[in-house]
Design a protein around this ligand. Structure first.
Ligand code: SF4
Length: 285
């Protein structure tokens, strides 16, 4: 399917070059590169970045995702400090930390997440930290470990409507993901919770509204909605390029449901403009 005219991807290679070499020096990766994000040049020009910890091989194989599915290496013990120092050198004001899913680790990588948040807060005390986590197979104590490190935003994406989970997130479970978000707020009532959805995988409009309702029932604060773009021929095909007007209708509906901030347009990605989202929703901070 050809890209519609409303999906325009701009590249600013000069800004990318310096950051890439800095990340290489620290031996780190960003999800922006691993997941072939269409906005990476735009995001890399802002004081925010999304670090992908716990390696670049995933124990799951979601149909939409280009991250390699293979047996991962043991976690790098120095990675939390490396992320903190790289974030400091980059002068970041808002740091997003995400990971592949590590079903091979007993705690799903929760302690590694917590150590990374702690290291960032120590070396960059004024930066806000968002964690974008896997579902930890619904393990409450793993979730608590992450939240005890006091991230400012807890993000976990439901990605799509429950009917499409077998193809889109075959090893995930929709009620489990909702429960994770609800429990995050119960464990840490002051944390901002966030989730995201992709459109264009074959979902119906009303199904998206139902997911938004479920997220609000789980007390989710922030929502991102973007167009699914097929990262490679091995991934699920795009069923539809959803018109920007539909994104806008969903944004208005979501705000009407009580989300504190909603980013909804074709090129929105989970971590995009995360700093702005946090700032708008926490104006007194
Ligand atoms: S769990 Fe995350 S990183 Fe792993 S395949 Fe799915 S979306 Fe990609």
């Amino acid at each position: 399917m050809r890209l519609p005219e409303w999906i325009k991807i701009r590249h600013k290679h000069s800004e990318l070059h310096g950051l890439k070499s800095l990340l290489r020096d620290y031996g780190l990766s960003t999800v922006c590169e691993e997941a072939r994000c269409p906005n990476k040049s735009e995001c890399f020009s802002k004081p925010t970045a999304t670090f992908m910890i716990l390696g670049s091989c995933c124990t799951r194989n979601c149909g939409f995702c280009s991250v390699e599915s293979a047996a991962p290496l043991p976690p790098d013990k120095d990675e939390p400090l490396k992320v903190a120092l790289a974030a400091k050198e980059m002068g970041l004001k808002y740091v997003v930390v995400t990971s592949v899913t590590r079903d091979d680790l007993e705690d799903g990588g929760a302690q590694h997440f917590a150590k990374t948040v702690t290291a960032i807060k120590k070396h960059l005390p004024y930066a806000k930290v968002e964690v974008l986590t896997p579902d930890f197979k619904g393990d409450f104590s793993a979730l608590k470990t992450v939240l005890d490190s006091k991230p400012d935003v807890f993000n976990h994406n439901v990605e799509t409507v429950p009917r499409l989970y077998p193809a889109v997130r075959p090893q995930a479970d929709y009620p489990r993901s909702l429960r994770l978000l609800r429990q995050a707020k119960e464990i840490s009532p002051t944390v901002n919770t966030k989730s995201g959805l992709m459109l264009g995988l074959g979902e119906d409009y009303d199904e998206v509204l139902d997911v938004m309702t479920d997220l609000r029932e789980a007390d989710c604060d922030f929502l991102t909605i973007g167009q699914y773009l097929r990262p490679s021929r091995e991934n699920l095909p795009v069923k539809e390029y959803v018109h920007p007007e539909v994104f806008e209708r969903l944004r208005e509906a979501a705000l009407g449901m009580g989300f504190k901030f909603v980013a909804s347009s074709p090129l929105v990605r989970s971590s995009m403009n995360a700093e702005e989202m946090y700032g708008v929703a926490n104006v007194s901070v």
